[in-house]
Design a protein around this ligand. Structure first.
Ligand code: ATP
Ligand code: MG
Ligand code: MG
Length: 406
C-alpha cells in the first residue's frame, strides 16, 4: 500500500546504509579527558557511536565511550590507525599531532575543526599573530628568544610582564609573570628556557574575564551561547557565572569579537573564546579553544542544547540546536584537587555531599584515576531562578557567609 512506502528514498550515508536515529557516522575523538567524557554522554543520548584515542587506561571518557583505543593523540601512527575507524575526527584537546591530521585531510579524511585551525591554536604565539592579522583586539604581544629581546619587551610593555610558552599550555601551566626586569631570567628558566618557544604579552588589568562559545556548522552557519563570566584562581578556571553581569552593549561587543575570531578559522564544531573586559569597556581576546570548554560546562543543565550536543550536531552536519538558557541563572564551580591521594578524595567528597543537598545542584565527577593538587576532578553546576539565588546556594555549598568568587 502507498502508505507503507517511504515518501522519499532513504538518505544514504556511510557505506550506503540507511540512517538509524540521529547519525550513523562514527565520531573519533582525540583525547578522553572530562571534555571527551561529556561529549560521549551527549552522544550516548542520541545513539551516536564514539571512539576515543587516549593514552591513559581508565581515562574519564573510557567508561562512557563505545570504544577506547589506548594510544597517544600526539603519535602520528596511532592517529592514522585510529582514523580508519571513524567517519569524522574531532578533538577534546588542542595538543594533538595536527600535521598528521593535515595529511589525513589530504587523503580525504574528515577532521572537524580543520587541522589548519588546530595548528594555529596550539601555538599561542601563532594564534595571536593570526588574530591580529584579522583585526581582532588583543593585548600587545611580542616573540622573545633571548634575554636581550625579553628585556626590550619589558621596556616596551612595562611590568608586570606576562611571559607565556607558545605550546602545550593549559590551566596556566606555561605562564609566568615577571614583576621587574631582574625577574626575567628566573621567569624564563621556570618556563624551561627559550628553546621551547616563548612570547610575552602586555599585562592586562582586566575588570572581568568573559567567555563566549560559538558553534559553527558544516554549512558555515553560527550560533553563540550567552556571554559568561569566568573567575580564575591561580590561573585556573574556578567559577563560571551564566549569564555574565555586564551591560547589553558589552555582551554585544564580546559576542561580536568572538564571532569574528571564529569566522577567521576553518571547520565545524564549538569554539570557546576567552576574553578580557578592561576598565574602559574594551574587549580583548585572550585565547581560543577549538573544542568544548570549561566555561560551557553549565550549558548541560542551563541551556536547551548543551555545548557537547552542539559540537556533535556541528561536526555531523545536523541542524544546530538552541544555545539559549532555559534557566534564569547558573553558576559552575570546579572541584579542584586540594590535596594528593586519599586526603584529596576525602575533601572532594565532603563538598559533593553538601552539593547533593542543594536544590538545583548537579554533580559531575570525572572519575580520574588519580587525585592531584590543582587538578580538575569534577564540577558542580547550580541552576536557579536568579543570580542572587545561585550565588547564595554556592555560598551554602562552600560554607561561607557572603559571595566572594576569589
Ligand atoms: P587554559 O587552561 O584556559 O588553556 P592557559 O594555560 O592557556 O589556560 P591563559 O589563558 O593564557 O593560560 O592564561 C590563564 C589566565 O592568566 C587567564 O585566564 C588570565 O586570568 C591570566 N592572564 C593571561 N594573560 C594575561 C595578560 N596578558 N594579562 C593579565 N592576565 C592574564
Ligand atoms: Mg589555553
Ligand atoms: Mg586560557
Amino acid at each position: 500500500r502507498a502508505s507503507m512506502q517511504p515518501a522519499a528514498p532513504l538518505p544514504e550515508r556511510q557505506g550506503g546504509l540507511p540512517v538509524h536515529g540521529v547519525s550513523n557516522t562514527v565520531v573519533g575523538v582525540l583525547g578522553g579527558g572530562q571534555l571527551g567524557k561529556m561529549l560521549c554522554q551527549a552522544a550516548s543520548q542520541m545513539g551516536i557511536k564514539m571512539v576515543i584515542l587516549d593514552p591513559l587506561q581508565g581515562c574519564p571518557a573510557s567508561s562512557v565511550c563505545h570504544e577506547h583505543v589506548v594510544g597517544s593523540f600526539s603519535d602520528g601512527d596511532a592517529v592514522r590507525e585510529f582514523a580508519k575507524r571513524c567517519g569524522v575526527l574531532t578533538v577534546e584537546i588542542e595538543h594533538v599531532d595536527a600535521a598528521t591530521l593535515e595529511k589525513l585531510e589530504e587523503q580525504g579524511f574528515d577532521c572537524e575543526p580543520k587541522a589548519s585551525t588546530i595548528m594555529i591554536i596550539q601555538d599561542k604565539y601563532r594564534q595571536k599573530k593570526h588574530f591580529s592579522k584579522f583585526g581582532i583586539p588583543l593585548p600587545d604581544f611580542m616573540e622573545v628568544d633571548t634575554l636581550h629581546s625579553i628585556e626590550e619587551a619589558g621596556e616596551r610593555f612595562g611590568y608586570p610582564l606576562m611571559v607565556k610558552s607558545k605550546r602545550l599550555a593549559y590551566d596556566g601551566r606555561g605562564n609566568a609573570v615577571a614583576q621587574k626586569k631582574e625577574d626575567l631570567s628566573s621567569v624564563v628558566a621556570s618556563l624551561g628556557g627559550f628553546e621551547h618557544g616563548l612570547y610575552v604579552e602586555r599585562w592586562t588589568p582586566f575588570v572581568k574575564e568573559l567567555s563566549v562559545i560559538v558553534a559553527r556548522s558544516r554549512d558555515g552557519s553560527t550560533v553563540c551561547y550567552p556571554v559568561v563570566e569566568t573567575i580564575h584562581k591561580d590561573n585556573i578556571c574556578h567559577i563560571v557565572e551564566a549569564p555574565a553581569e555586564v551591560s547589553a552593549k558589552i555582551k554585544k561587543s564580546a559576542t561580536d569579537v568572538a564571532e569574528k575570531a571564529i569566522k577567521s578559522l576553518e571547520g565545524a564544531g564549538v569554539f570557546a573564546v576567552e576574553l578580557f573586559l578592561t576598565e574602559d569597556d574594551e574587549i580583548l581576546l585572550n585565547e581560543v579553544a577549538p573544542r568544548p570548554h570549561n566555561s560551557g560546562h553549565h550549558t548541560i543543565e542551563s541551556c536547551y542544547t548543551s555545548q557537547y550536543e552542539q559540537h556533535l550536531r556541528a561536526i555531523l552536519g545536523i541542524p544546530l540546536g538552541d544555545p539559549s538558557m532555559k534557566a534564569p541563572a547558573a553558576i559552575m564551580y570546579n572541584i579542584l584537587g586540594e590535596d594528593e591521594g586519599e586526603a584529596g578524595f576525602f575533601l572532594a567528597h565532603q563538598l559533593i555531599e553538601r552539593a547533593l543537598n542543594i536544590p538545583g545542584a548537579s554533580v559531575h565527577w570525572y572519575a580520574k584515576p588519580e587525585m592531584r593538587k590543582q587538578r580538575k576532578m569534577g564540577h558542580i553546576t547550580i541552576v536557579g531562578p536568579s543570580k542572587a539565588s545561585v550565588k547564595s546556594r554556592l555560598d551554602k555549598l562552600l560554607q561561607r557567609d557572603t559571595y566572594d568568587p576569589k
